[in-house]
Design a protein around this ligand. Structure first.
Ligand SMILES: [Zn+2]
Length: 302
């Protein structure tokens, strides 16, 4: 998972904006049967076609990726960050029904992160749980500001699950050479997020390992070619430059599994050099990457 602050650049889909009266009813009567998937999924047009404005807007904001595992997803599911009908950790809770059409509560997710062994109705928190919208007490209209994930009272729940639009999960994870992801922040949010969304399922680990292996393979081949005299130092540096730039490009938010490359980019010495067979090779690559970060690998090459 990576942070994403692009939602503010996109208008809230019209269908969600128009649902405010329906939402008032759902919230006032705790009538979860009125929650209709069509509003945030597909809407049938007059000619029978289905359009998916909510899904497609989320898809664009999140670069066609699942917000949790970063896999490319052509038809993401509309995930409710706070579950709308029930909460696994609190059987007496009615679910966050008043957030069913709340834009900050909707996140694009692949099927595996959302259901299967993934999130479902999980929503563990560190603080006090919000059980109902405050307007039920004051008898006022639903306060839209209080429904936003980044505002009080919801933010005071202190969720374990990272919210990509509020949190910066980038520093809370590390990756192993087998593609495993591990939470490392002191609050345990990274660990819990990985557990909740099943981010260490075999397919994801395998896909992330391929990325790590590919960088290692390119670097090893460059070293072999250099040591056996196939290429000179100038070409060797050029080849390394190409690999390092590839890591940088793949760490951009529109790339699948960008967090793996972002992690390698910032913690290169921890993950790539240990994969090389000799201390001499490791030292050469550590120094080359240091020069790359200082923009001097290219200078030496010229
Ligand atoms: Zn996913």
């Amino acid at each position: 998972m990576i942070s994403n602050n692009r939602k503010k650049d996109f208008p809230i889909p019209e269908r969600l904006q128009k649902a405010s009266a329906e939402l008032e009813n759902i919230a006032r009567n705790v009538d979860k049967k009125q929650i209709k998937d069509v509003i945030y999924k597909g809407i049938k047009t007059e000619n029978g076609e289905k359009i998916y404005t909510v899904r497609d807007t989320l898809k664009e904001i999140y670069y066609n990726k699942c917000a949790y595992c970063e896999i490319m997803e052509h038809k993401p599911e509309i995930e409710h960050y706070r579950p709308k009908k029930e909460v696994k950790e609190d059987k007496t809770h009615q679910g966050y029904y008043w957030l069913c059409y709340e834009w900050t509560n909707l996140i694009p997710s692949c099927h595996n992160c959302n259901t299967e062994n993934g999130k479902r109705t999980q929503f563990p928190i560190m603080g006090d749980r919000v059980n109902s919208p405050s307007f039920l007490i004051s008898n006022q209209k639903l306060d839209k500001e209080q429904c936003k994930a980044e505002n009080s009272p919801l933010i005071n729940e202190r969720p374990y699950l990272f919210h990509p639009e509020i949190d910066t999960p980038e520093t809370a994870f590390e990756f192993k050479i087998n593609g495993a992801i591990r939470g490392i922040d002191h609050l345990g949010r990274g660990r819990q997020t990985a557990r909740i969304c099943d981010l260490n399922r075999e397919n994801l680990k395998y896909r992330r390992q391929i990325i790590i292996d590919d960088y290692k393979k390119c670097i090893s081949e460059s070293l072999d070619d250099y040591f056996d005299g196939t290429i000179n130092e100038r070409s060797f540096r050029k080849k390394l430059l190409f690999v390092f730039l590839k890591i940088r490009i793949n760490s951009q938010p529109n790339k699948e599994f960008s967090l793996v490359s972002k992690y390698i980019e910032s913690d290169f010495d921890q993950i790539i050099p240990p994969l090389l067979p000799t201390p001499k090779q490791r030292l050469i690559i550590i120094n080359a990457y240091r020069r790359f970060k200082n923009n001097t690998l290219y200078e030496l090459n010229s």
